[in-house]
Design a protein around this ligand. Sequence first.
Ligand SMILES: Cc1cc2nc3c(=O)[nH]c(=O)nc-3n(C[C@H](O)[C@H](O)[C@H](O)COP(=O)(O)O)c2cc1C
Length: 250
Amino acid sequence: MADKMDMYYFSPTGGTKKVSSIFAAALGRDVVWHNLGSKQTISGKPQGELAVVAAPVFGGRIPSVVREKIKKLDGKGKKAVTIAVYGNRAYEDALLELNDILIESGFTVIASAAFVAQHSIVPEVGAGRPDFEDEKEIRAFAEAVQRSTAAENVHVPGNHPYKPEMNVAVTPISLPSCMACGVCEKVCPTAAIAQEDGKMVTDAEKCILCMACITACPQQARVLPPPLLQKTENMLAAFKTVRNKNEVFF
Ligand SMILES: Cc1cc2nc3c(=O)[nH]c(=O)nc-3n(C[C@H](O)[C@H](O)[C@H](O)COP(=O)(O)O)c2cc1C
């Protein structure tokens, strides 16, 4: 395989980027990074012979912003590797959805993996992951990809039709301590946030609840509405004490 690799990633709170960086370093190729969370247009032509797509799992699916952007890639004659990064609950149809889109775009998906990272809404779930043990497994996956001579699409778990997409009609809110500095607007991948009359206003139609604005706010003035946070914490309580596994597929 040639030495260049395109890494397409979406990482609103840094977990997916961390997994991608460990993987890329272990693969030892020149990496061209493509941030799918950026508002800039991404070229449809991968530069290398191998493309890697890494996405966080949202409600057992991949975020819509990832779906829309990777659909436009031209994979003809290229190999791909997919990585779903999930918050210690479950990845359900996310990996299958990623692979279906890339195969449809002409890629041969030679390997896939689901790795755990800290849950971006409830950080006590999967706390501190990817940790030392995870790093070893991510590196082992990269080394196996490097050695792979596969030329067929890999089979991954998941169901058709996919789980219905998460549909939460609420958005993060800005607290009175918000100084309308505009950082949230800048980092929002879907252009859901705008400044109106000195206040940050969020469009619920566009918001995908990715947590990028909450993580980036320098005043800690962006938060989830307390009832939503409480509901999510209750739903995930059982996952605070379990260690879910990483899985790889060749
Ligand atoms: C809206 C939303 C939905 C999520 N749904 C799931 C899920 O279905 N299963 C799961 O295990 N983790 C889920 N997570 C957790 C993320 O997949 C996990 O924290 C991931 O590492 C986030 O990636 P990032 O750190 O690159 O932003 C969800 C997070 C968000 C914000």
